[in-house]
Design a protein around this ligand. Structure first.
Ligand code: OXD
Ligand code: MN
Length: 608
């Protein structure tokens, strides 16, 4: 069935919609020429209508409600399965403001490229106007955006991932700065043309205009390319707004931790993609008396509260989690979260109408329909679910969601963690000597290249602050901004402690030294006991390490030798790492903040 055959009553803009929104929607409609315009109000009946239309159009398959109530499976076009970093652009006025880690195109040049692509790009389709709030509606830390999209899948997903609808739209008044996000799958339909289940275009552009706070995305309907509230707004554009306004938009999870004495802490943690952020956000502590609750799994907005302390909100309202590797062993909380009301994309379909992916259970079912719609058996020799297949689910369904996850003032952050995936060098945990050293630890987050990625094996892949693909301005300026925020916090004497962790260190035989998953709560315990002044640490050339015996390994089958290996510092390989860091820092020229360069000099001196 073509979309044109589906009956949908156009919904008018709610009364009171601000003129700036009307005028902008008109301009975009004039350019893209959709058949219909639907203003989304965020109601349940509207969501029901969207998913019904998508089931009729073949975009969604309804799962067996006995196993997975009110849940759906989408299969994307095989050429539209992940964020396209090579097609992601920061179009700041000056190239230097995008910096060496971003793809830059001058704004006028990019607008000239995009204009013909968007011209008539929504023909034959519905344009959904999707107003949303990042952060609890009305929170002083929240920001409003409006996305127009010609994808019902995107409109419905935005309804899960954000506070979407009339209440967000009503926040826009004369003085509101709101972010404009334009999205088209780039697949106009001529009259009578049959639609495909997942319209998209092989030409893709994910573009950001930081000065005008605009996002233009073309050609993809997948994840971060298309749900523009997430990486595009809440990280790339928000990081620029944050720089200008004195706060931080970061690729961080947030958790609340309660210790056995009843003291509550909040922790924000940055890890590169695919380092287990969602698992840590939903951690089940193995340490008696310690409780971890979830506030966010991907993005944190942090700013100095009226009390002078660093406070954070999760700007999102849902989880867009990677399915493979999520199972009852690795993340039972996520498994409980997705019991129903979930959209799955590119996972496999079981014969009983439920979903499956690698890592959900140890043994694969004997027959599946794979993510491309083909028959699959364990003998097929290929994954049944795409490695980047996802679940989209409301955060409120998470059984460990914290009671303060929607606190409009944000939660007070006691500790910040930077993590990477390092087989060598980086110990299980290191405490920064001070904020400046912490910024250095963030700036040097990296992982060794593995056989799975291009490049020389063992070479460091840099991902400073886990923001490499997400910072909307010059990365070195981002470090300078962190230093500035720290200096402000210091004025009131309330600076969170900063730590570096590495769950992934390997022994000489190539096996992981640390068990990870729930046992990471032992490391959380050590860090927060440090914050609480309960345990000593010892100086080392790279920062403060747990004193022998202060990391709780009770009941863990781990030898003294392995513990020693987990914290070993080999001066020679650290000197080689310092050389690599120096080369990396040199790419930023004179934008590199002096305190960051000084930290490298201190490291070299300590290693001498
Ligand atoms: C994500 C990512 O999708 O970081 O969250 O890549
Ligand atoms: Mn992420």
């Amino acid at each position: 069935m073509s979309i044109a055959e589906i009956t949908r009553t156009d919904t008018p803009a709610p009364e009171g919609t601000h003129r700036s929104v009307f005028e902008w929607v008109d301009t975009i409609a004039d350019l893209t020429r959709p058949d219909r315009i639907v203003w989304c109000n965020g109601s349940q009946s509207e969501w029901d209508g969207l998913v019904n239309d998508m089931v009729k159009a073949g975009t969604l398959t309804k799962l067996n409600a006995e196993h997975r109530p009110y849940s759906f499976l989408a299969r994307s076009d095989p050429n539209d399965v992940a964020r396209v970093e090579a097609r992601t652009f920061i179009c700041s006025e000056k190239e230097d403001d995008a910096g060496p880690t971003n793809h830059w195109v001058a704004p006028d040049e990019m607008r000239a490229t995009l204009h013909p692509l968007f011209e008539g790009s929504m023909q034959g389709r519905t344009m959904y106007v999707v107003p949303f709030s990042m952060g609890p509606i009305g929170s002083p830390l929240a920001k409003i955006g409006v996305q127009v999209t010609d994808s019902a899948y995107v409109a419905a997903s935005m309804g899960v991932m954000t506070r979407m609808g009339a209440k967000a739209l009503a926040r826009i008044g004369d003085k509101t700065e709101w972010v404009r996000a334009i999205h088209s799958v780039g697949a106009p339909l001529s009259p009578g043309e049959r639609d495909v289940p997942w319209p998209s275009n092989d030409t893709k552009y994910i573009t950001h205009f930081p000065e005008t706070r605009e996002i233009w995305s073309y050609g993809s309907a997948y994840g971060g390319n298309a749900l523009l509230a997430k990486k595009s707004f809440a990280l790339r554009i928000a990081s620029v707004i944050a720089r200008d306004e004195g706060w931080l938009a970061e690729h961080m999870l947030i958790i609340k931790v309660t210790n056995p004495r009843g003291r509550v802490f909040h922790v924000a943690a940055a890890f590169p993609s695919a380092c287990g952020k969602t698992n840590l956000a939903m951690l089940q502590s193995t340490v008696p008396g310690w409780k971890v609750e979830t506030i966010g799994d991907d993005i944190a907005w942090l700013g100095r509260g009226e009390d002078g302390r660093l406070r954070a909100i999760n700007p999102e309202a849902g989880f867009f989690g990677v399915a493979p590797g999520t199972g009852w062993q690795s993340n039972p909380t996520a498994m409980e979260t997705i019991w129903g009301n979930t959209i799955f994309t590119n996972v496999a379909l079981r014969d009983d109408g439920d979903v499956w992916w690698e890592g959900m259970s140890e043994k694969a079912p004997s027959h599946l329909i794979d993510w491309e719609g083909n028959d699959w058996t364990p003998a097929s020799g290929r994954p049944a679910a795409h490695p980047n297949s996802r679940f989209t689910v409301a955060a409120r369904q998470c059984p460990t969601i914290s009671d303060d996850w929607e606190d409009p003032q944000g939660v007070v952050i006691d500790a910040i963690i930077f993590g990477g995936r390092r087989a060598t060098n980086v110990p299980l945990v290191v405490e920064a000597r001070d904020w400046e050293h912490g910024v250095y630890l963030g700036a040097t987050i990296s992982s060794e290249r593995t056989a799975a990625a291009e490049g020389t094996l063992g070479e460091l892949r840099r991902d400073p602050f886990a923001m490499m693909p997400f910072v909307g301005y010059n990365m070195a300026d981002h470090w300078a901004h962190w230093l500035k925020v720290g200096a402000e916090l210091r004025k009131t004497g309330s600076v969170p402690r900063i730590f570096q962790v590495n769950w992934f260190r390997k022994g000489a035989d190539g096996s992981f030294l640390w068990p990870g998953f729930g046992e990471n709560s032992r490391v959380i315990e050590w860090m927060l006991e440090r914050v609480d002044g309960q345990v000593p640490a010892q100086e080392s050339p790279i920062g403060l390490l747990p004193q022998k015996g202060s990391l709780n390994v009770d009941g863990l089958d781990i030898s003294d030798e392995v513990l020693t290996e987990l914290f070993a510092i080999d001066p020679e390989s650290w000197r080689a790492e310092a050389d690599d860091t120096e080369k990396f820092f040199a790419t930023f020229g004179d934008r590199l903040p002096t305190p960051v360069a000084n930290q490298l000099a201190v490291l070299r001196k300590n290693l001498a």
